[in-house]
Ligand binder design. Structure first.
Ligand code: ATP
Ligand code: MG
Length: 285
């Protein structure tokens, strides 16, 4: 018995999806593009490579047991699946963009306008919620050129940096949805398959935690150790080891990336020297 996972065949989620499996210690026999399915050599996992649009349906229909897909696609397709875990990559937002020269006071601006999008369902919900009557023009790609060629007054499209909008004379005016890649699963998995999903999830969470944290090592004179320990959170409490040079200690701990730079400044202020920061591969607490 193998767990079947659907991931994007090629595109923005492909590489990160394969990388995540690898970081979870799963070796794919054939991670090349163009192959439709492959198997892991050291985990009961079969990988199906699909268009991202098809992943929710395949998982809902149990052709695949689990899948990695953007929340944007998940919501647009409206298929019934479990959202198991957010994965921290493929971050983007679905936004309304209008020509740079326009003033956009709010959704009311869209009244009576023509909006091009590949997300008619999400856009439709947004318009309805805002009591706006607008014409949705569904197109499947290159949405950003629609206003320039006179096809629409505005667009509703995925944005990450905003440079594509800028190059097409558009500005991001309103965010409708924030999205990232998610691990999803079929609603009716057998107990055996659920156990495998949990095994995979355990590894994914360890990888995610490790990415958010750094291992930090530093030296300090013994009389500063107490002050330094107060600054360092640590998993339980920091490790303090004597240095060969008497009167000095080495302190080891784990810090979160978010408050990393503040902590470093405070540590230096408190007398820490020779600070080393190293990545953590896996973290199990
Ligand atoms: P497919 O051939 O699989 O249908 P696609 O062209 O629909 O591919 P991609 O452009 O590869 O899709 O994007 C896949 C997913 O990556 C998106 O659905 C979204 O969740 C995420 N993503 C992150 N940033 C962006 C971005 N700037 N533009 C588009 N998608 C993004
Ligand atoms: Mg697609």
């Amino acid at each position: 018995m193998k767990l079947k996972i659907a991931i994007q065949k090629s595109g923005r989620l492909f590489e990160e999806s394969v990388k995540l499996l690898k970081e979870c210690g799963i070796d794919l026999n054939n991670g090349k593009t163009g192959v439709l399915r492959t198997e892991a050599s050291n985990f009961p996992l079969e990988v199906l490579f699909l268009r991202d649009d098809d992943i929710p349906q395949y998982v809902a229909d149990a052709v695949a047991d689990i899948g990695i897909v953007g929340e944007n696609v998940l919501i647009e397709k409206g298929k019934v699946v479990n959202k198991v875990e957010l994965l921290g990559f493929g971050k983007c937002r679905l936004a309304i963009a209008v020509p740079k020269s326009e003033d956009y006071p709010g959704a009311k601006w869209l009244q009576g306008k023509k909006i091009a999008t590949s997300y008619p369902v999400i856009l439709g919900d947004f318009l309805k919620k805002n009591n706006v009557d607008a014409e949705i023009h569904e197109i499947s790609g290159s949405v950003e050129i629609a206003p320039g060629i006179g096809l629409a007054d505005a667009i509703c499209d995925l944005v990450s940096s905003g440079s594509t909008l800028f190059m097409n004379g558009l500005k991001e005016s309103e965010i409708i949805l924030k999205s990232e890649a998610a691990l999803v699963s079929n609603k009716n998995l057998s107990a055996e398959k659920t156990a495998l999903v949990n095994k995979l999830l355990f590894r994914i969470q360890a990888v995610k935690k490790a990415k958010r944290n750094k291992y930090i090592l530093l030296n300090a004179p013994n009389d500063k150790v107490e002050a330094i320990i107060k600054i360092l959170p640590g998993m339980k409490s920091p490790t303090v080891l004597p240095l060969a040079q008497s009167g000095w200690s080495s302190i080891h701990s784990v810090v979160q990336e978010d408050d990393f730079w503040n902590i470093i400044e405070n540590l230096k202020g408190a007398g820490a020297q020779g600070i080393l920061v190293v990545p953590i591969e896996k973290m199990i607490i």
